[in-house]
Design a protein around this ligand. Structure first.
Ligand code: ZN
Length: 203
């Protein structure tokens, strides 16, 4: 399976990083070795001094598809999770400056904690889905999928023009504003609506 991550999919987040609002989705990938399940701890890497949290809604692809029409893209997922796209912001800045790929800043071990998946049918309107991240009991990121620049369907249509989507592939759909550093000892708790989805420690 592969993990596809959409960058700059919320206007307020693109602005906070001084990135232009994109005309087309921007995406990158993480390896499956980045995943952390069951609220296991995030181990802070020794190669970065500035790891940032990005809380994101995650789709699980449920069938094979390529060049998927946006009209039918909603049929390609039936479950949603909450994930964190941990980013070594210092390494990413260096990569951006030099025009290099982002893998070392985005795809490292433990960089993709993920919650259990919930059937879409239990979540109400998934196109207006509030989600948030608390650190040590204080809300640091809060958003709703209604503010996505590119909807789930647009993202699936766009990505599948370039690469076949397979059953089990994951799509991290971008983060709202409020990204910032984590430190060892922090407790991260993530919510979709009022349902607690993530609860883990930085070690
Ligand atoms: Zn992200």
């Amino acid at each position: 399976m592969k993990i596809i991550c959409i960058g700059r999919n919320y206007i307020d987040h693109a602005k906070e990083l001084n990135n232009p609002v994109p005309a087309k989705p921007v995406f990158f990938m993480k390896p499956d070795s980045a995943l952390v399940i069951k609220n296991r701890p995030f181990f802070y890497p020794d190669f970065s001094d500035d790891v940032h949290h990005e809380i994101e809604i995650v789709l699980k692809i449920n069938r094979l598809g390529r060049s998927i029409d946006e009209k039918f893209a909603g049929r390609y997922f039936t479950e949603i999770a909450l994930g964190v796209d941990f980013t070594a912001r210092d390494l990413q800045a260096e990569c951006k400056e030099k025009g290099l790929p982002w893998e070392i800043a985005k795809g490292f071990d433990y960089s993709a904690p993920i919650s259990e998946f919930i059937p879409v049918s239990e979540l109400g309107d998934i196109h207006d889905l509030p989600f948030r991240l608390d650190i040590n009991g204080k809300t640091v990121q809060e958003g709703s999928t209604k503010d996505q620049i590119f909807s789930y369907e647009k993202v699936i249509a766009y990505v599948s023009r370039f690469m076949t989507l397979k059953t089990g592939d994951l799509i991290y759909t971008g983060t709202p504003a409020g990204v910032g550093p984590v430190k060892i000892g922090d407790r991260l708790e993530g919510y979709i609506r009022e349902r607690k989805m993530l609860n883990f420690l930085v070690k």
